[in-house]
Design a protein around this ligand. Structure first.
Ligand code: SF4
Length: 322
């Protein structure tokens, strides 16, 4: 490979990386560190990204799995994935100062679950068992929510009254991913109620649509997705590329890039899951450039969403000119 002639093109799509909910959650912890005294406790990973978690840990943030690990009266941030009401109650009982970084779109799902539960509906939650968001959402109406993980579950789930059924979805699943399950549910329960389109998270779908455009319109052969193993939306981006015939690789950081992947490849896409920070993307881009890649960006889908900060942090930030 000649030094002055790039061996391959690297195309970075927009949108990529942080969604508005993750941006807000990360800002909340930043502001808590600035305005309150460490240690700041965060229940579960604030977002599913190793680098984000490690950087905060180095600055005095303590990540815990359970509120039992948080001293009474301490500051505790709830992650972007949301929590069940019993977690809030336990935090109140311990006198914790709670700062809630639950994404407003996740809160909308919680509100829908409560509304249907009060109406006496059985709520079918389309999502992955064990995901933090799913645990929090199920906790809003444990007796009435049933988890539906795939089409088989949709075809076999039992409900007490087929006329009183609703469904909601884990936000990190795109409309495309849930389409088969929703079709199966509608086939069995014609009266089922679903969320309004406006309630569905824009970010996952946009990032997946951008990957589709990279493969189908830009002709990329290899897609690198910056994201951690436990980030389900990052994994999905890899799968979307693979389903369209491109190769896909998840990378946590620049050091994960194996030059062997690039052999014989002319066009590479570089994107990031909704929980991966842009500086990691730029690190991977720099490594690809060093390996002979010619970088360019494409605006593939317009996206301009932001969410307000919680009131206990926002005013102080405004005072400091942030
Ligand atoms: Fe919120 Fe969507 Fe981001 Fe999840 S993916 S944190 S629902 S904006």
């Amino acid at each position: 490979m000649s030094q002055d002639e790039p061996a391959f093109d690297v195309i970075l799509p927009r949108p990529r990386g942080f969604c508005a909910g993750v941006e807000r959650a990360v800002q909340i912890v930043e502001l808590a560190l600035e305005q309150l005294h460490p240690p700041i406790y965060v229940r579960r990973e604030i977002v599913h990204n190793r680098a984000v978690v490690e950087r905060f840990r180095a600055r005095g943030v303590v990540f815990v799995d359970s509120l039992d690990e948080v001293p009474a009266q301490a500051v505790c941030v709830f992650s972007a994935h949301g929590v069940a009401p019993d977690v809030r109650a336990a935090a109140d009982a311990r006198g914790l100062q709670v700062i809630d970084a639950t994404c407003p779109l996740v809160t909308k799902v919680h509100v829908e679950v409560l509304r249907h539960a009060r109406a006496g509906d059985t709520i079918l939650l389309i999502g992955h068992e064990g995901h933090d968001e799913v645990i929090g959402t199920m906790g809003h109406a444990r007796d009435q929510v049933r988890l539906v993980g795939d089409v088989h579950a949709a075809l076999t789930v039992e409900v007490p009254d087929p006329q009183r059924v609703a469904y909601v979805t884990q936000t990190t699943l795109s409309v495309d991913e849930t389409a088969g399950i929703v079709r199966a549910l509608r086939g069995r329960f014609p009266a089922i109620e679903g969320p309004k389109t406006a309630d569905i998270c824009y970010a996952t779908q946009n990032r997946q649509d951008a990957v589709k455009a990279l493969v189908l319109e830009e002709g990329i052969e290899l897609l690198l997705v910056v994201g951690s193993e436990n980030s389900s939306n990052s994994q999905r981006l890899v799968e979307v590329a693979q389903s369209l015939g491109a190769r896909g690789q998840l990378v946590d950081a620049a050091s994960d890039v194996d030059p062997a992947w690039l052999r014989g490849v002319r066009r590479v896409g570089l994107t990031a899951g909704a929980s991966a920070p842009e500086d990691l993307v730029q690190g991977v881009a720099a490594r690809l450039a060093a390996l002979g890649g010619r970088l360019s960006e494409r605006e593939l889908i317009p996206e301009d969403v932001t969410f307000p900060l919680p009131p206990q942090l926002a005013p102080a930030r405004n005072r400091s000119g942030g």
